[in-house]
Design a binder for this molecule. Structure first.
Ligand SMILES: [Zn+2]
Length: 102
């Protein structure tokens, strides 16, 4: 089965993470061998996208790492939310002060 380049580009992410079906994997591999444009695309994709293994999603043993990552992200979301609220509060207080002056 030969695939066209657009289909290969759609499948590259699944192929890269080892989630593609065996048939898709074989077809993508064969296409990458003969198509330079898709090979370059895949090279670029590999550089830009972290693999599942690097993110440690694949093994439950590294769940702690993921949990820590999520905690840090949650903390940053909290910081962002707090700064938004305090900025809004400042704007509100300034508005009140301006209204009192009149
Ligand atoms: Zn191609």
């Amino acid at each position: 089965m030969s695939l066209n380049c657009d289909i290969v580009k759609d499948l590259v992410a699944l192929y890269h993470d080892g989630l593609a079906s065996e048939a898709s994997e074989t077809a993508v591999k064969a296409h990458l061998k003969e198509c330079k444009s898709c090979r370059d695309y895949y090279k670029q994709y590999r550089l830009s996208a972290p693999s599942l293994e690097k993110l440690n999603f694949s093994s439950l043993g590294n769940y702690g790492e993921l949990a820590k990552h999520m905690r840090v992200r949650r903390l940053w979301m909290l910081v962002a939310a707090l700064s938004y609220v305090s900025a809004s509060l400042c704007a509100f207080v300034m508005l009140l002060m301006r209204m009192r002056r009149k």
